[in-house]
Design a binder for this molecule. Structure first.
Ligand code: SAJ
Length: 426
């Protein structure tokens, strides 16, 4: 069968590779010329796919381009385009709308269309099924088939990948579902069929809302226990010994990435549209997005206790990616902390083993070299992302004070390290 993958990002590219490796003729479509050119010159831009894999497949089982006319030769089209938030922090479905418009233009009868992009319940029906039935007067389940199957890709995860992560799927009709199951069964170990498309859309939002709310819980508890003078990190580690019915979440400098800060907003937006205001989600988003300010307030107190103030101080952020062991800066709380400190007059530098430079407010900022003399220049070091390949012992032994938002320094029991949430005696 000929399968099209629309959107060749961190979800679509690994999917296209997996499909090609399991024998399908795959046509990757992406409107971003730069991505297409990189793939054609046999280069990967996704952390989980190395360029050798592209070299093996490109122009053999995998061809790529920006042209949607190929859709008229495809049996299956899988849509993996971004679903961000717009300026007003509301769902932005423009990538889905635009790609469906192009697919619809060239769609031939009997094609299976699967949406994988994270979105609120009802999207697949409104934007794909209804629009194709109206514009092409195709009958769903007879002239074309539609499923929704949420992506569960976790970039950089060495243990879980597309084949060993259970795949939830819902179909518009029984036949649609059967076709979707047939497709995924050829390369996914466990398929989880659900009764309808809306349930499948909701499953992904629930998974990530669950994470956002539980992260917010420990982030708020951190501030409660700071007032009482209890170490939240010790409480969480001891509570995690409970062998059943407990999930471990840790406080941090805030939440980043392309999923957790966004997906719950898709759900709360949809809830509001159905005249239900989901208090948990709004509260969790507020608490999580306030953590960068909480970090800056603790750092201010620490510097004041040293007789220094943020204005002239020299601060180093260790780790700026949104989470450990990846090179992704999207929505990273470390960048927000960087900017908040600069606004207060500090001179801020960073060190990250995965990110050698980034553009911040139009300025290119480079990672420092981690040497003794450079470390000695800083009044304070903040550990914002806990990459595994950073030498924290070296940092501790060559710094005055290390404010640790990820609890990676406790094991060195150094009196120079102050954990996020510690009561700072003013
Ligand atoms: N974070 C905390 N405390 C925690 C866990 C995470 O502060 O206890 C922060 C992280 O530092 C990061 C943000 O939250 O800034 C999101 O972290 P995440 O571990 O949820 O990682 P993501 O954003 O890459 O989430 C993805 C999601 N995968 C999909 O949406 C398909 C999520 O469902 C996975 O559970 C998660 O990876 C994972 O477990 O790695």
């Amino acid at each position: 069968a000929k399968v099209g993958v629309v959107g060749l990002g961190y979800v679509g590219l690994p999917l296209a590779v997996e499909l090609a490796n399991s024998g399908f003729n795959v046509f990757g479509i992406d409107i971003c010329e730069e991505k297409i050119n990189m793939l054609k010159s046999k280069k990967s831009y996704v952390i989980d796919i190395n360029s050798e894999v592209i070299e093996e497949l490109i122009d053999k089982k995998l061809s790529v381009g920006s042209d949607f006319t190929i859709v008229s030769n495809l049996d299956i089209v899988i849509i993996c385009v971004p679903t961000p938030l717009n300026e007003a922090k509301e769902p932005d479905l423009s990538y889905i709308v635009d790609s469906v418009k192009e697919i619809r233009r060239y769609l031939k009868k009997r094609t299976l269309i699967i949406l994988e992009s994270t979105t609120y319940p009802g999207t697949t029906e409104e934007l794909i099924i209804n629009s194709i039935e109206e514009e092409k007067s195709f009958k769903i389940g007879k002239d074309f088939f539609v499923c929704y199957s949420p992506e569960r890709v976790d970039p950089g995860n060495k243990k879980f990948n597309i084949t060993n992560t259970p795949k939830v799927i819902g179909g518009a009709t029984k036949t649609c579902l059967e076709l979707g199951i047939l497709l995924y069964s050829s390369f996914v170990e466990k398929i989880v069929p659900v009764s309808c498309i809306k349930v499948a859309e909701m499953v992904k939002l629930f998974e990530n809302t669950f994470r956002s709310i539980n992260i917010a819980l420990v982030n708020e508890l951190t501030q409660t226990l700071e007032r009482i003078g209890i170490n939240i990190w010790e409480v969480i580690d001891a509570a995690s010994t409970k062998p059943f019915g407990f999930f471990t979440f840790y406080p941090g400098p805030g939440i980043g990435g392309h999923c957790i800060p966004l997906d719950p907003i898709y759900l709360s937006w949809k809830a509001k549209k159905s005249n239900y205001y989901n208090r948990f989600i709004e509260l969790a988003s507020d608490i999580n997005s306030n953590m960068p300010r909480y970090v800056v307030s603790q750092v201010t107190d620490i510097l004041n206790n040293l007789g220094k103030c943020i204005r002239e101080s020299n601060i180093l952020l260790v780790g700026v990616a949104y989470k450990k062991d990846i090179d992704d800066l999207r929505e990273s709380p470390a960048i927000e902390i960087f900017n908040l400190l600069e606004e207060k007059g500090a001179s801020v530098s960073y060190y990250d083993t995965y990110i050698s430079y980034f553009t911040n407010n139009g300025k290119v900022v480079y990672s420092i070299e981690l040497t003794e003399e450079i470390l000695n220049e800083f009044d304070l070091v903040i550990i914002t992302t806990n990459h595994s390949n950073i030498d924290y012992e070296f940092i501790l032994s060559n710094s005055e004070i290390v404010y640790d938002t990820r609890n990676v320094t406790s094991k060195y029991s150094s009196d120079k390290s102050i954990l996020l949430g510690r009561h700072i005696n003013s």
